[in-house]
Design a protein around this ligand. Sequence first.
Ligand SMILES: Nc1ncnc2c1ncn2[C@@H]1O[C@H](COP(=O)(O)OP(=O)(O)O)[C@@H](O)[C@H]1O
Ligand SMILES: NC(=O)OP(=O)(O)O
Length: 314
Amino acid sequence: MDKKKRIVIALGGNALGNTLPEQMTAVKITAKAIVDLIEEGCEVVVAHGNGPQVGMINNAMSALSREDPSQPNTPLSVCVAMSQAYIGYDLQNALREELLNRNITDIPVTTMITQIRVDAEDPAFNAPSKPIGHFMTEEQAKIAEEKYGYIMKEDAGRGYRRVVASPKPAEIIEIGAIRSLVDSGQLVIACGGGGIPVTLIGNHLKGASAVIDKDFASELLAEELNADFLIILTAVEKVAINFGKPEEKWLDDITTDDARKYMDEGHFAPGSMLPKVQAAVKFADSKDGRNALITLLEKAKEGILGKTGTRIHQ
Ligand SMILES: Nc1ncnc2c1ncn2[C@@H]1O[C@H](COP(=O)(O)OP(=O)(O)O)[C@@H](O)[C@H]1O
Ligand SMILES: NC(=O)OP(=O)(O)O
């Protein structure tokens, strides 16, 4: 019998929604897409983003400490941990239910609280770039800057968002535990929200004020688990060159060299498609036979069957 294909899936914003009720609904659709892959005979590991959720949690915790001075401010690393548990809770339950609905009773679902070591000297700490929280108008953004000292940036024509530091992931602290669970056949949700950023001081892990990009964290997870496929599920079916322009062209199958050329030519927006293509290239180049796929959440099954999406390979 063929060895099962091991797939790490990175879930983007549309897989989770922006509010509590939206997330409840979105995870049901997401769970169907993931269990479709399991039914196709794949071994799946799930990672996910947290931009809207970590922003919401951070706003709530900051409001609490403004109202009640006895409540110290909640560090961003703790907000990431909260977002992992909140998203993991909904996703884990939706996956459990979808598996049971399809009479799959032998795959336990687990969410692993995951810390990821970053370099304390990473220059990203001095150049906030990761959008979190909800979109604002220019006027609302100015108020947020003045009132809360937030750094606000325009996000790919979609409005203004707060930006925070986003260092590169260096080491997944819980990788041994994740590997044991995956190897024993469990469906594991790990590296949520890009992982809780920590720096290492002796034996102590210190939370860092940052949000790691989940595309890069998922890539590291896929390499560490020796996955065959990294699938990045987002809001577009394929990656385009000349995106949004009259000469727009959707890409089916590209080599990592093609992708690097397109990146140099500036076809992919920073903060949205660029990190996905960068992560896909890094994974595909990391070992012969490794493939990355970028596609729409609802098309995951067609994507793995080679019918759609943008496939990136050496
Ligand atoms: N070259 C491109 N090809 C396709 N989509 C692109 C491109 N450049 C930017 N995008 C935008 O990137 C978005 C995906 O990024 P983002 O919304 O940050 O993803 P997610 O939240 O799913 O991680 C797409 O919905 C699309 O609007
Ligand atoms: N942490 C992270 O990359 O979140 P998003 O995917 O929501 O931006």
